[in-house]
Design a protein around this ligand. Sequence first.
Ligand SMILES: [Zn+2]
Length: 334
Amino acid sequence: MINYKDLGLVNTKEMFKKAMEGGYAIPAFNFNNMEQLQAIVKAAVETKSPVILQVSKGARQYANQTLLRYMAEGAVAYAKELGCKNPEIVLHLDHGDSFETCKSCIDMGFSSVMIDGSHLPYEENVALTKKVVDYAHQFDVTVEGELGVLAGVEDEVSSDHHTYTDPAEVVDFVTKTGCDSLAISIGTSHGAFKFTPEQCHVDPATGRLVPPPLAFDVLDGVMKELPGFPIVLHGSSSVPQEEVEIINANGGALKAAIGIPEEELRKAAKSSVCKINIDSDSRLAMTAAIRKVFAEKPAEFDPRKYLGPARDNMEKLYKEKIINVLGSNDKLED
Ligand SMILES: [Zn+2]
């Protein structure tokens, strides 16, 4: 049993309390490799932002869960080396699928876990989430539950349609489970293809597709039922069209990749939404930079020569999210 506190990590409790009071949201960035982690830590340190490092089931399979845990421990040391005296870094399990997965993460030093029972019948979701909370809280580990189903595909998590969260259920769910935050479904979705072109309209100024708005009435309903309770938005990449265009101009084939407009996420970050999950945008930033190097310098074969620019491009993206979307910059103590 390794306690996250011994690794210099923190849970989400204080972080969300301050985000709620300050009207901003904490970035939750997924990572599964060194360049991503370096970019996240550098961006968080340089903008003085707290940050949540997320590990999905797919990432654990790809990179090895033990290695990822040591990388998160290394992230704290790296942040300090970069000059950040009091880094606030959470190591969070994204979409925990069972009690056993959550327990094994808690036992190996995670400071926060999500148990995703959103696909289960309501009472089973309650029972599973409560079981995880009862275990996690013994070690001061925070737990994110989920009500409602997001559309889209992310690693093993997929659904072909949305089911918005029912605000009438949230008080009962939070009371019965004791969870610390709640992921809800208001129209965000997983992946880089969040909407079909048929669901969108064309912006006459830019010629780009504009997706339908998020269901802020559902968020308002949840906030009315649970005032001051931390809410989480999954699937909140904006799918920057510049990156999609670079990918497609350099041999890629991403058709109609559409994300959530940043204006909508900015609005959400000012509300009870305390955690915003962004994964696909980082994948796009990495892929765009690598494709560009491969197209422009076909003789290049030193991985540092294409992973380096990929890392720089991700860092730029993370900073832009922190400063222009989440508003979590300048929140760390010196
Ligand atoms: Zn998710």
